[in-house]
Design a protein around this ligand. Structure first.
Ligand code: NAD
Ligand code: ZN
Ligand code: ZN
Length: 389
């Protein structure tokens, strides 16, 4: 089959590789009909996350048609159309019983996503996300093996095109979990850092939950313009205002917003003197948006972090967070937990995640898709790949 294969930093290619096969009795084989490139793939693509090996197949946002089922698969049959969560979870361990699917302790045979805590049980395995998360082959491919098929894949009703439901695999639940963690409700003021796919899904969900004012911060005007148009947000370009938190404080009667969402993560870019000083030797500006979130949030407010962080970050303003009595919530998304509700919202027409897609490419052009999405070229917001087209 054809699959998007990692060869090294900034070097991914569509190669011919052996077809996957069923391994465990509750596996299915999926024929992929649509798959997307995620901001999380970019960390791997740029060589920023350890544990990638040449030959690894990328991709954790995908859906398709069940091609084959193992003997213990009871919930699905050949021919079913499903969308698959990026977290691989067993459904019955200590954490899965609490609906904390991303913390599932049964699906990641690897160790070592944490600094110096090798005895702590690892969290869930993930598709296409390095050997730190179990080394499962990803879904940017014609076919993919899906383990724990009685727990993860969600069967789809007829009549909804792939584009409307594909993002149930990750970014829609991620945006929603960020908003739930931030306790966004009627009348809330929210600041969302990052107008990428995750930030945009968070904006859509914040609107749905009744937020009164949504501020969105980025430096790509085309992304901010879309967010203004689609979700009625107030935008700040951080290239023009080095310290957006100051603007947010001013715009909220010098209190700060009720909650902030960091939809950027450890590869944030920043332009203030503060960033230059603290991150002198770093390529990115690790911690920049987290500092901005802490600075922009009112006393007693919440900072919610869906953006991915790894290892240490610089200049964590713990004193300010303490003084303001902030709550911090973060982490990988417990996708299985949110999928059914969000599917309902899509069916009702309350959410249409497909609105953010700008590029639809055949799988053969996946490397070009990475180049566009990584470079934010050609006004790229979200790329989907369609194997077999
Ligand atoms: P993306 O790269 O398309 O978007 C990131 C956006 O942040 C870009 O538009 C960029 O210009 C902007 N940005 C950079 N520096 C900024 C700054 N200082 N202030 C404001 N904006 C800034 O990626 P994405 O797909 O939207 O993903 C965003 C983050 O969410 C990534 O870190 C990704 O790994 C993470 N993620 C987490 C989960 C989860 O389970 N928690 C799931 C999916 C994605
Ligand atoms: Zn993702
Ligand atoms: Zn589990």
């Amino acid at each position: 089959m054809k699959a998007l294969v990692y060869h090294g930093a900034k070097d991914v290619r569509v190669d011919q590789i052996p077809d996957p096969r069923l391994v465990e009795s509750d596996d299915i084989l999926l024929r992929v009909t649509a798959t997307a490139i995620c901001g999380s793939d970019l960390h791997l693509f740029r060589g920023k996350v350890p544990g990638m090996e040449a030959g690894d197949v990328l991709g954790h946002e995908f859906m398709g048609i069940v091609e084959e089922t193992g003997p213990a698969v009871t919930k699905l049959a050949v021919g079913d159309r499903v969308v698959v969560p990026f977290t691989i979870s067993c459904g019955h361990c200590f954490f899965c019983n609490k609906s904390l699917y991303a913390a599932c302790e049964s699906t990641n045979p690897a160790q070592g996503t944490l600094l110096n805590r090798k005895r702590l049980r690892p969290g869930a395995g993930m598709f296409g996300y390095t050997h730190l998360y179990g080394g499962y082959a990803g879904g940017q491919a014609e076919y993919v093996r899906v383990p724990m098929a009685n727990v993860g894949p969600l069967k789809l009703p007829e009549g909804l095109p792939d584009e409307k439901v594909l993002f149930l695999s990750d970014i829609l639940p991620t945006g929603y979990q960020a908003v739930v963690n931030a306790e966004v409700g009627r009348g809330a003021t929210v600041a969302i850092f990052g107008a990428g796919p995750v930030g945009l899904m968070a904006a859509a969900c914040a609107r749905m939950q009744g937020a009164e004012r949504i501020f969105m911060i980025d430096h790509h005007d085309y992304r901010l313009a879309f967010a203004r148009e689609a979700y009625g947000v107030e935008t700040i370009n951080f290239d023009q205002y080095g310290d957006p938190a100051e603007l947010l404080i001013e715009a909220t009667a010098y209190r700060g917003v009720d909650c902030s969402i960091d939809a950027v993560g450890f590869e944030a870019k920043g332009s203030t003197l503060e960033t230059v000083l603290t991150d002198l030797k770093l390529e990115g500006s690790s911690g920049f948006t987290l500092r901005q979130c802490i600075a922009a949030t009112r006393r007693g407010g919440i900072v919610s972090v869906p953006g991915v962080y790894a290892g240490f970050i610089h200049g964590f303003m713990f004193g300010d967070a303490f003084e303001k009595g902030l709550t911090l919530r973060m982490g990988q998304t417990h996708v299985q937990h949110w999928m059914p509700l969000l599917l309902e919202r899509i069916q009702q027409g309350v959410l249409d995640p497909s609105a953010i897609i700008t590029h639809r490419l055949p799988l053969e052009q996946a490397a070009e898709g990475y180049r566009l999405f990584d470079g934010k070229l050609d006004d790229c917001r979200k790329v989907i790949l369609m194997p077999g087209n």
